[in-house]
Design a protein around this ligand. Structure first.
Ligand code: ADP
Ligand code: MG
Length: 723
């Protein structure tokens, strides 16, 4: 079906939509929370005491897993899962495509007597061997040695996923090659947390803080997304294939009324949200807030923050659950960073801190002078890390889709800087000058002796233009794309932090050994570090041209797009950083860079091909039909003696020619063959993307003149405002 009929059917389907979901489920959320998780409570109930204790040690304190307990754990897990209707189990892993991967195996094995037994051994729990050859490895292994292993991640609990026809057990795993190289997003995250833990503990020790629990990253990702009616997607190949619109005139009404943000949530959307939340509660994902976002049909869901690894797995679940529940409500959940031009795109603010359950966030100033000194050390270490490795952090958010968003005055620019807020900046200034004055008492203040002026809990919202904003007890990294895993940025942040904390610990240990008082050593070190690294602090408007100039003067990298940003993954500084802390080897870094640039190339090539095809087979034909109608009218008028020139006909004809030429140019550019993937990417970025925009320009101009009943693509107006 094509043309106007498809649009009309879509609209009629929306108007007549009735969700086929069961009546209100009023079970208390506290009763369903975590009911499908092989949680601590379940383990305590079902495992022998010593096995439980041993497992807890691994989960909580990061101690090595005792392989002897795996059979017992597996058996308990299997019984629990089968009681809940599970027929299959799967190792869940996170390949470098950013997706969630799973391969199901049945518990059943024939018993040799015509019946069957349910089997699940320790070995099956600990290790899986999916056929890894179809996942990108970036040259880490060739197909003939395609073996990849999934290894049980004890720190992220197993859970059950439901389907109307049954359930299955999911076991979070790390995915590595047979030689032990990381092929996924989880492995380096676990390694980076280990590195962070080691260095953070050294600093804490200097402050006399002892904690048995490992110091980890904490992450709270605010997930933005669009919801539109699914019927539209079937007549929009761009949305179907690329997840974003390649054509489309801005709706007469966009987001300028500012009537959407925090507005009343549309009924169908709210039903969707409630079901998403219920599903996520069952999986133990602590989702907390829901609201309308700035753009029409854009929304946000945010959980309560958790330890980084768990939060990362949970965010993947959030994305999966949202996509699948949306279908049940006749909608599609668009996680693309820029589905619609001219209105805001979607990001994923990564609220990041480090700490543990005992200590809370180490980016929390605290009330005593002692706490403040410790806070300042961790905070300055973060500033140092960002200044030294901003380019790396930038590279972790470099994707074809996020390129449309970063620096487009709706998301922070590609320049990595930190926002500290007025008060903390003032404290930094004082330290830099050599003495710290309490802004209240005006007395001279010494780090570790006097208390900081109370910092506002959330100064962050006042500056949405900063990519890395201090918000009271954490940093909010706002450059992550809505469809991205939050693993990559955390891996970078954790490792950068580990290096800075290592540096700080070494300096302070030296000073203390030389009998300098800790407070004095801290004061001297902070002063030195702030002097060296405060170029990365910027509290002004990050969207302005002036900041771009100023940032250049401060020598902060401004890596505008993916081909410019990705090389930082293998820069000498990055290689040194990652190898020193055992997070990623040089080969692993190269493989990642290679995979990400390949993804960029594939994405844009697909979009370019789609752009040409849609221009030729959907947009041009609509214009031809209209042109025909106009020509016929012209001829008729001439036949009855009217002598006039029809401007619209000339106009349409000119635009059609423009469209044809632009599409032909784009096709020509797509024939280009580059020497290597990076050259290819550069060509796509510099030549092909602008050529696609040219095609779009003519197509959108046509959309503005061609009779609406001949135009077959659902319009922005329809997609964004009919719900
Ligand atoms: P806002 O929109 O004002 O930024 P939200 O409440 O939507 O705030 O999101 C804030 C996110 O930050 C939540 O996920 C919250 O749990 C998380 N968060 C709060 N404290 C920390 C912390 N110390 N470390 C990491 N994340 C945190
Ligand atoms: Mg926020």
């Amino acid at each position: 079906m094509s043309g106007i009929q498809a649009r009309l059917n879509a609209i009629s389907a929306i108007i007549n939509f009735k969700p086929g979901h069961p009546p209100l489920d009023l079970t208390k959320p506290t009763d369903i929370f975590g009911c499908n998780v092989f949680s601590d409570k379940v383990m305590r109930e079902r495992l022998p005491k010593d096995v439980y204790k041993s497992l807890r040690k691994t989960v909580e304190y990061g101690e090595k897993l005792d392989p002897c307990i795996s059979d017992i754990v597996a058996s308990a897990m299997k019984d629990w899962a089968i009681e809940r209707g599970a027929t299959h189990f799967t190792h869940v892993f996170y390949p470098l495509t950013g997706m969630t991967a799973e391969k199901h195996d049945s518990f059943l094995v024939p018993d040799g007597k015509g019946g069957a037994l349910a089997e699940f051994s320790g070995k099956m729990l600990i290790q899986g061997e999916p056929d890894a050859s179809s996942f990108p490895s970036g040259g880490l292994r060739t197909t003939f040695e395609a073996r990849g292993y999934t290894a049980w991640d004890v720190t992220s609990p197993a859970y059950i996923l439901e389907n109307p026809n049954g359930t299955f057990l999911c076991i979070p795993t790390a995915f590595v090659s047979w030689t032990g190289e990381a092929l996924d997003k989880k492995t380096p995250l676990l390694r980076s947390n280990q590195a962070l833990n080691k260095q953070a503990k050294r600093v804490l020790k200097l402050f006399g803080v002892d904690t048995k629990l490992p110091v980890n990253s904490f992450a709270g990702p605010e997930q933005e997304y669009f919801l539109i009616d699914r019927n539209f997607v079937f007549s929009r190949p761009d949305l179907l294939i690329a997840g974003r619109t390649l054509f489309g005139v801005k709706s007469a009404k966009g987001q300028e009324f500012e009537d959407q943000y925090f507005g009343v949530i549309p009924r169908r959307v709210l039903s969707f949200m409630m079901e998403v939340e219920r599903e996520l509660y069952k999986l133990g994902v602590p989702v907390k807030t829901r609201h309308n976002e700035v753009a029409p049909s854009q929304f946000e869901i945010a959980p309560i923050y958790e330890s980084g690894n768990l939060a990362t797995d949970h965010n993947q679940m959030v994305m999966t659950v949202m996509r699948s529940v949306a279908k049940r409500y006749g909608m599609i959940c668009l996680l693309h960073e820029k589905p619609f031009a001219g209105i805001n795109g979607s990001g994923k603010h990564l609220n990041y801190s480090i700490g543990n359950a005992e200590l809370g966030s180490l980016f929390d100033p605290g009330d005593t002078p002692h706490d403040n000194a410790q806070f300042l050390v961790f905070c300055v270490a973060a500033i140092r890390a960002l200044h030294r490795h901003g380019a790396l952090l930038r590279a972790t958010v470099a994707t074809a889709s996020n390129d449309h968003r970063l620096g487009a005055n709706e998301a922070p620019p590609a320049i990595m800087s930190a926002y500290l807020g007025e008060q903390l900046t003032d404290v930094f200034e004082q330290i830099k000058k050599g003495k710290l004055k309490d802004s209240k008492t005006k007395g001279v203040m010494h780090v570790g002796v006097d208390t900081l002026p109370p910092l506002p809990m959330d100064p962050g919202d006042r500056n949405r233009t900063s990519p890395f904003a201090f918000t009271g007890n954490r940093f909010e990294f706002r450059a992550v794309g809505s469809s991205q895993s939050i693993a990559g940025s955390q891996v970078a942040l954790n490792t950068m932090m580990a290096e800075s904390l290592d540096f700080v610990a070494t300096e302070l240990e030296k000073a203390v050994k030389a009998k300098t008082k800790l407070n004095d050593a801290v004061q001297t070190l902070l002063q030195k570090l702030i002097k060296e690294h405060d170029a990365v602090i910027y509290n002004g408007d990050g969207y302005t041209e002036a900041w771009h100039k100023e940032a250049a003067r401060r020598k902060l990298p401004n890596l505008k797009n993916t081909p410019e940003a990705l090389p930082a993954l293998t820069s000498p500084e990055t290689v040194k950083l990652f190898t020193a802390y055992g997070v990623l080897s040089e080969a692993e870094l190269h493989s990642r860079k290679e995979i990400y640039i390949e993804q960029y190339v594939k994405t844009i090539k697909t979009e370019a091909a789609l752009c040409v095809r849609m221009a030729k087979t959907i947009i041009y034909p609509a214009a031809v039909r209209y042109q025909g109608q106009l020509a016929e009218t012209c001829a008729n008028l001439k036949a009855i003696g009217h002598d006039f020139k029809m401007i619209t006909l000339d106009d349409v004809t000119a635009k059609m020619r423009g469209l044809q030429d632009a599409a032909a140019k784009l096709e020509k550019l797509m024939e280009h063959e580059a020497a290597d993937t990076f050259k290819e990417a550069k060509h796509l970025c510099d030549k092909v993307l602008p050529a696609m925009l040219k095609v779009r320009q003519f197509a959108d101009d046509l959309e503005m003149v061609v009779a609406d009943d001949l135009w077959s693509l659902p319009s922005y107006q329809e997609m964004l405002f009919i719900r």
